[in-house]
Write a protein of this length. Sequence first.
Length: 162
Amino acid sequence: MTQLFLGLGSNIEPQRYLPLGLAELESLLGPLRLSPVYEGAAIGFNGAPFWNLVVEASTSLSVGELQVALRTIEYAHGRPQNASRNSPRSLDIDILIYGELSGVVDGVVLPRGEILENAFVLRPLAELAPDDRHPVNGRTYSDLWNAYDAAAQPLQAVALEV
């Protein structure tokens, strides 16, 4: 089994779609550990704020198999198959970390670059796995978050009923 971290986000009815996505992920992967949920501004386009969290799980699926399963969950919950990268989402699920893999694996870039770029990924990851280390630069997620300019992308904790 491989430890993995997924990023989940929604800016279309997040109180509805995030719990639905989490239920499907639990059916697919088994027990999940969840970070706190944060609301932050849409990045790269004008839109409603996103709710984001990070999920830890384990899987025996390959990266490619997991990616296909995640897209299936997204499509089942309203994601258009032709959605552009920077657009509103009912449910967005990204593979952030898959074990110690790095590079392009089955078409997926690992670890996901947004870990180091966006507060909505790094902060919940640092809270969920503070002592885990980034597979490429070796720094702990808590150290990365402490060095991050949190004022550049303000986040607000929100309550999600799952």
